[in-house]
Design a protein around this ligand. Structure first.
Ligand code: GDP
Ligand code: MG
Length: 229
C-alpha cells in the first residue's frame, strides 16, 4: 500500500486521539504531558473503499516553545516527503497560533493536498465564531472535528479521500495493457504468443495468489507491460 496520509500539528492539539479514532485502535499514546518521546505510529485506514496508511507524525513531542517550532517543521518535512495527503490538526480552544501559521505556509508551499482539521469542536450544532479564524491559515475550508467524541471524522475522511487515487479493483492487473489475440482455430495464435513471450526476458505468467486463468501471460519489455490470455 503506498497511499500515505500524515497527521501533523502542534503538541496537544489531539493528533494521537484523532489517529486512534480513525484507525479504531488505541495504538498512539495520548498524553497531556508533553516531552514524552514516542515513535511515529502507523495504522491502516479504509474509507469509501480507499485504503491508506495513516501516520501520526507527533512521535517526538517537543518540550519548549522554540523546539516546538523546529519540531513542527521537521514533522511537516517528513509529511511532505512521504505522504500523499497531509492533515494539519489545529485546536479550537487555543485558536490559531503563530506556529500554525508557520507550518501552514510551509505545507502550502509544498503543493501537497492539505486537509485542515480544527479539533476539539465538541459541541453539536452551530460552529462557534472562533472556528472561522482558521480560514486565516489559507488552507481552504477547515473541517470541524471532535476526535474525542468522533464528530466530523467522516467529513474529514471524505476530504482526505478526494485526493487519493481511486481504488484499483484489479490491483496490479490494470497496469498491464491487455492484448487480445484472436483468430480462427489453428492459424497459430498460441505459437505467436509463445514466440513473443519466448523472446522476452521478463515473463511473469500465472502469478501466484491471483485468481486468473492459467493461460494468462504477462510480458514486460521496452514498450510497456502487456497481458494476454
Ligand atoms: P497530540 O499531542 O496532538 O497527539 O494530542 P493528544 O491526542 O495526545 O491529545 C492531547 C489532549 O487533548 C488529551 O488530553 C486529549 O484527551 C485531548 N483531546 C484530543 N482530542 C480532543 C477533542 O476532540 N476534544 C477535547 N475536548 N479534547 C481532546
Ligand atoms: Mg501525540
Amino acid at each position: 500500500m503506498n497511499n500515505v496520509v500524515a497527521i501533523v500539528g502542534r503538541p496537544n492539539v489531539g493528533k494521537s486521539t484523532l489517529f486512534n479514532k480513525l484507525t479504531g485502535e488505541r495504538t498512539a499514546i495520548v498524553d497531556d504531558t508533553p516531552g514524552v518521546t514516542r515513535d511515529r505510529i502507523y495504522g491502516e485506514c479504509e474509507w469509501c473503499g480507499k485504503k491508506f496508511m495513516l501516520v501520526d507524525t507527533g512521535g517526538i513531542e517537543p518540550y519548549s516553545d522554540d523546539i516546538i517550532l523546529s519540531q513542527m517543521r521537521r514533522q511537516a518535512e517528513l509529511a511532505i516527503d512521504s505522504a500523499e495527503v497531509i492533515i494539519l490538526v489545529t485546536d479550537l480552544r487555543s485558536g490559531v497560533v503563530a506556529t500554525d501559521m508557520d507550518v501552514a505556509a510551509m505545507l502550502q508551499k509544498s503543493g501537497k493536498p492539505i486537509v485542515l482539521c480544527v479539533n476539539k469542536c465538541d459541541t453539536i450544532g452551530e460552529l462557534p465564531a472562533d472556528f472561522y479564524e482558521f480560514y486565516n491559515l489559507g488552507l481552504g475550508d477547515p473541517i470541524a472535528v471532535s476526535s474525542v467524541h468522533g464528530l466530523g471524522t467522516g467529513d474529514l475522511l471524505d476530504e482526505v479521500c478526494k485526493y487519493l487515487p481511486a481504488e484499483d479493483e484489479n490491483g496490479e492487473e490494470n497496469e498491464y495493457i491487455k492484448v487480445a489475440v484472436i483468430g480462427k482455430p489453428n492459424v497459430g495464435k498460441s505459437s505467436l504468443v509463445n514466440a513473443v513471450l519466448g523472446e522476452e526476458r521478463m515473463i511473469v505468467s500465472s502469478i501466484a495468489g491471483t485468481t486468473r486463468d492459467a493461460t494468462d501471460s504477462y510480458v514486460e519489455n521496452e514498450f510497456g507491460k502487456f497481458m494476454t490470455r
